[in-house]
Design a protein around this ligand. Sequence first.
Ligand code: PLP
Length: 364
Amino acid sequence: MDDDFPGDIPPELAGLLLTVDLDAVAGNWRLLCDRLSKPCAGVVKADAYGLGLGPVARTLAAAGCTTFFVALAEEGLRLRRILPEARIFVLTGAMPGTERVLTEARLIPVLNTLEQAAAWLAHAPADAPHGLHVDTGMSRLGLPPEDIDALPAGFAPCLVMSHLACADDPGHPLNAAQLAAFTQARQRFPTAEASLANSSGVFLGTGYGFDLGRPGIALYGGNPTPGAPNPMRQVVTLEARILQVRHVDTPLTVGYGATHQCEGGTRLATVAAGYADGVHRALGNVGKGILGDQSVPMVGRVSMDLIVFDVTAVPAGLARPGQSITLIGPSHTADDLAAEAGTISYEILTSLGHRTARTYVGGP
Ligand SMILES: *Cc1c(COP(=O)(O)O)cnc(C)c1O
């Protein structure tokens, strides 16, 4: 197993096939920089949202991206091996005792609390760069603005950032409130680079640009402007291989709990993917796939390794073992599948498991 590439099961042995269009990732990064009129970092936490840290990070770097954000130091160490020159920020900051590990790998913690700031100054080399997260309305990570005055003397972040809670809802009043609070907070650190916008924030207007954008999901084709057409290029195709096709002559039920009843004259296709692969169990009886150019419904519950589709509407020649049903593609996106599962595309992509065969097209 390649250490930067966990999803390496051979496509011919896999039930679930993920194809990642790396040229689309690069195109999306350029589009986001253009929209913000500022450089953008690449947010590549959680194995680049499940798409593979190595291929995605190398693609972004080749496109001109020099700054990356990961959630955990461990992800930063992995990225450091892939991109020796990149500037890598760790959003969870410096957990106690990790100052040495971080500085040896030239990882830059985004410090979140007074305790983290004091520990960093006490234990990291004096010139080791550090960032600061100021909380402006998320109440998750970051220093409350009123604590800025209590930062230790000598604390000089190279980056000051905050995170928007409602950027995907442009009319939400919290956006303007966070913008105002961040504008004020960043004035306290005039020499630091400033960063506020995630993917949806990029589309709130160039006032949200500051010095650096921090998009994640839009790089990977998720719609940063829900309710409006998706401005991003599609990156992900996810296909599940058909194992078996059954012609139903007499009424019967499908799957655990017998939650779906089908009549005679139905054709059912069973695919080799299930909730253990990250196809959420909540999709049972509500999820859809694409076969040929037809939408086909999931019927019955999603099992650990198997899902059944009703393929009656599809010409028999198309629904055969070895062929695949598309779960994510141009006409049924990760956002669509997520909506059917009652979740967001972020969770769909980051749930894809290690049984998925990943294929990359394009890229450096
Ligand atoms: C995940 C994350 C991002 C990227 O968010 P998207 O909505 O995927 O663009 C940016 N900043 C922080 C602090 C994050 O945690």
